[in-house]
Design a protein around this ligand. Structure first.
Ligand code: ADP
Ligand code: ASP
Ligand code: MG
Length: 409
């Protein structure tokens, strides 16, 4: 007997049949004698459709209103799942994010969870009820509805598991686990039996959409036992945990990729230690996620600066830089869209200096130009042309033999 948090993504609740299948999975867990809390996403492609609707009516939809709109998707699913459970003779109750006590910071579109007030959920569990919570949403202290960023239902579920001290958090999705790369694009990607929190965090941060990065962050910080598995196929999934013993000696564990990257280059920046911090402070204040940063000094003693952002932040970034040009000492700036980030990840890299060199060699041998590079102890990221993204990922996946169980550089 324990508390289990189950999360079902969009495909797993995409139509009536899928919802019935999900309800069976919930009942199975309840019948084992566990207390069950369920987090669900919006049905199928609902969130995408709502985004398109907004874009048809506004070239730059107001962020508050976007959250009002997008949070409706999950509300449909929670009520349907609860109804279906009640119909099967189980006591269930559905809650939106704010009703469930999910308090977030006041940032529309990408809010972080600050606190979960679990009293209500706990009192339902004590009565033997199944609690269904809307993923991806919360409420600010001022009562404003927020959303957690695309894919954020994962974070709702892991944060709830942490707050409730749950025994396990199971993410049910449309693949059978975490693979060495996205199996939708890399056909020989291999399912991993287990992966460490740190490696999963890098994979998620670098574009592996199977888990929301903040969900992994919560899991790591609060030691939540996490599993990713299929909602349709009954096969063992992937465990995400502190130490992964099975494949400890592997150097590269995965290849991740992400499209829609923009490079911003600022020219003619006066040298000085203040202007760099000023630029990144002002971008951070506007919640712009800056990724790879490259800085250089030119012969005429000016600084030139490149950094990468997501395409969706391009308009805000350009507006901010343009507006503050004089104050920040910017001569002019250029932007290049149509880029992608391709990365290799593996904790074994710490002690294997040849990995980055091999990555660059593979890309060069395949005629793929690298536009930016960033490294950490357990990853190497490159920015390439978006058109080359899948080919680059496939070449790297092959070169590091990620389809094989054992691999060497
Ligand atoms: P859900 O709606 O259940 O949250 P998502 O679409 O958000 O599902 O995540 C599952 C998808 O993640 C898969 O269909 C797959 O295409 C993609 N994906 C990307 N990288 C990986 C990876 N390394 N392993 C497994 N799936 C991945
Ligand atoms: N429905 C939201 C999305 O599509 C949240 C989620 O599914 O996790 O991004
Ligand atoms: Mg998802």
């Amino acid at each position: 007997m324990g508390i289990i948090v189950q999360k079902f993504g969009g495909t797993s609740v995409g139509n009536v049949e899928r919802i019935k299948n999900t309800v069976n999975r919930i009942i199975e867990e309840k019948e084992k004698g566990n207390d069950v809390v369920v987090v669900v996403s919006a049905m199928g492609k609902t969130t995408d459709q709502l985004v398109s609707l907004a874009n048809e009516l506004s070239s730059y939809p107001a962020k508050r209103e976007m959250d009002m709109l997008l949070s409706t998707g999950e509300q449909v699913t929670i009520s349907l799942v609860a109804m279906a459970l009640i119909d099967r003779g189980y006591d269930a109750v559905s809650y939106t994010g704010w009703q469930a006590g999910i308090v977030t910071e006041a940032v529309h579109g990408n809010a972080r969870i600050l606190e979960i007030r679990t009293d209500k959920i706990k009192s339902h569990l004590e009565k033997g009820q199944i609690v269904i919570v809307a993923g991806f949403q919360g409420v600010t202290e001022e009562g404003e509805i927020t959303t957690l960023g695309r894919g954020g239902s994962d974070t709702t579920s892991v944060a709830l598991a942490a707050a409730l001290h749950a025994d396990r958090c199971i993410i049910f999705t449309d693949v059978t686990g975490v693979f060495t790369s996205d199996p939708r694009y890399i056909p020989n990607a291999r399912k991993l039996q287990a992966i460490s929190y740190d490696e999963m965090l890098e994979l998620a941060n670098l574009g592996a959409g199977v888990l929301h990065a903040r969900a992994v962050e919560f899991a790591k910080n609060f030691s939540v036992p996490l599993e990713v598995c299929s909602s349709l196929e009954k096969v063992e999934g992937t465990f995400i945990e502190e130490e992964v013993a099975v494949e400890k000696n592997l150097i590269v564990r995965g290849v991740a990729f992400e499209d829609a990257i923009t490079r911003v280059t600022i020219f003619g920046l006066e040298n000085g230690f203040r202007n760099l911090s000023d630029i990144f402070t002002i971008l951070a204040d506007h919640h712009i996620d800056v990724d790879i940063i490259i800085q250089n000094q030119t012969a005429d003693n000016k600084t030139y600066l490149s950094f990468s952002i997501k395409d969706k932040d391009l308009k805000d970034t350009a507006d901010i830089l343009e507006f503050n040009k004089a104050r920040l000492g910017i001569d002019h700036f250029e932007t290049e869209t149509g880029l992608a980030k391709v990365s290799i990840i593996g904790s074994g890299m710490v002690s294997n200096p040849g990995v980055a060199a091999k990555m660059f060699q593979v890309l060069a041998d395949n005629g793929i130009a690298i536009k930016m590079i960033s490294t950490s102890e357990i990853k190497v990221s490159t920015v390439v042309d978006e058109k080359e993204m899948i080919r680059a990922a496939q070449c790297l996946h092959n070169a590091f033999e990620l389809d094989a169980v054992e691999q060497n550089i």
